[in-house]
Design a protein around this ligand. Structure first.
Ligand code: HEM
Length: 283
């Protein structure tokens, strides 16, 4: 039998973990795992509901991280720190991949499995996710009506209202392009920020020019590619959600009151940062 102690003796040099804490552990103080792992309150008796709830919570956490990265990128762009913006976007690409991988446990729900707890969800729907809405607003998908469901939650409403009127990540990109001397139309630069961004042929021409001249525009090209990665992965999230929904409930109406799959199909068909996709036909 080994005589080596497997617990840390305070004061004695040791290569085993410390077990002796007066209060909660420093891990708990930092991570708040006790709070986090006691936020799961399923509404039905169905054992399958737990993974639905936790997947939704996990996705909310990823939305929060991604919003943080895009706000970091927006600030960096505003201050002409383009490399830092590209770094933040690059981190968000890996986070979007992790977000999308979390569809796995729900991607093959059958209608009977979903029905076993669907009624318990009442009118609850991911459509009411405020963090997802901030994420969409940062992409330029603005809409004042999306604030309405949050009227009863003053802090959430105030955060969303601020985000509605702030420049999106893409607005910051366009302002940077203008500061670099590229001919972004005044109407685009001075657009009403609370409205959905509409693609512009002049902006499409600017991206086509950047892509056609990689030697001259290497930094802007890297920015364009980072945004394209983001756009592709958001599109994938929307489409994975659409397919999971189609598998779980066919063409029934959604718990949030929409037409369900038919409504999601329209949302999923949209391109994120549209000119970055259409410009490719002209390079
Ligand atoms: C497989 C299970 C799921 C089904 C059947 C489903 C179904 C739906 C439906 C039908 C809608 C349209 C609005 C409505 O009428 O409710 C919707 C919207 C939405 N769901 Fe899900 N959903 C599922 C899982 C999730 C998960 C895990 C999340 C993660 C947070 C999520 C987030 C969202 C969001 C953000 C929207 C709004 C999309 C937009 O505004 O474009 N859903 N969902």
């Amino acid at each position: 039998m080994s005589q080596t102690p497997d617990v840390h003796v305070p004061g004695a040099g040791s290569d085993v973990p410390n077990l002796d804490f007066a209060g909660t552990t420093p891990y708990e103080d930092y991570v708040q795992a006790d709070v986090l792992t006691h936020l799961q309150h399923p509404l039905s008796e169905d054992p399958g509901e737990m993974v639905f709830l936790v997947t939704t919570q996990v996705m909310e956490l990823w939305f929060t991280v991604i919003v943080h990265e895009w706000e970091t990128a927006s600030r960096a762009l505003r201050e002409d720190r383009t490399r830092e913006a590209i770094d933040a976007l690059g981190r968000s690409v890996h986070e979007l991949e992790a977000l999308n991988a979390s569809w796995k446990p729900l991607g093959r729900l059958t209608p009977a499995q979903f029905n076993s707890y669907r009624a318990a969800l009442g009118e609850g729907s991911g459509f009411q996710s405020a963090m997802y809405r901030r994420l969409e607003f940062l992409l330029g998908e603005k809409s004042a009506s999306m604030l309405v469901p949050h009227r009863g939650a003053p802090r959430v409403h105030a955060e969303l209202e601020k985000a509605l009127h702030q420049p999106s990540l893409y607005d910051e990109v366009l302002r940077l392009l203008a500061r670099r001397g590229l001919p972004v139309p005044v109407a685009v630069l001075e657009r009403d920020l609370s409205q959905r961004y509409e693609p512009s042929p002049e902006v499409e021409r600017i991206w086509a020019g950047i892509y056609a001249d990689p030697a001259q525009c290497s930094e802007l090209l890297r920015l364009g590619e980072a945004l394209t990665d983001v756009g592709e992965l958001v599109w994938r999230w929307r489409n994975d959600h659409l397919v999971a929904t189609r598998r779980a409930m066919g063409s029934k109406t959604g718990t949030g009151g929409s037409a369900g799959v038919a409504w999601l199909e329209k949302r999923a068909a949209k391109n994120v940062f549209p000119e970055l996709w259409t410009a490719r036909s002209h390079v």
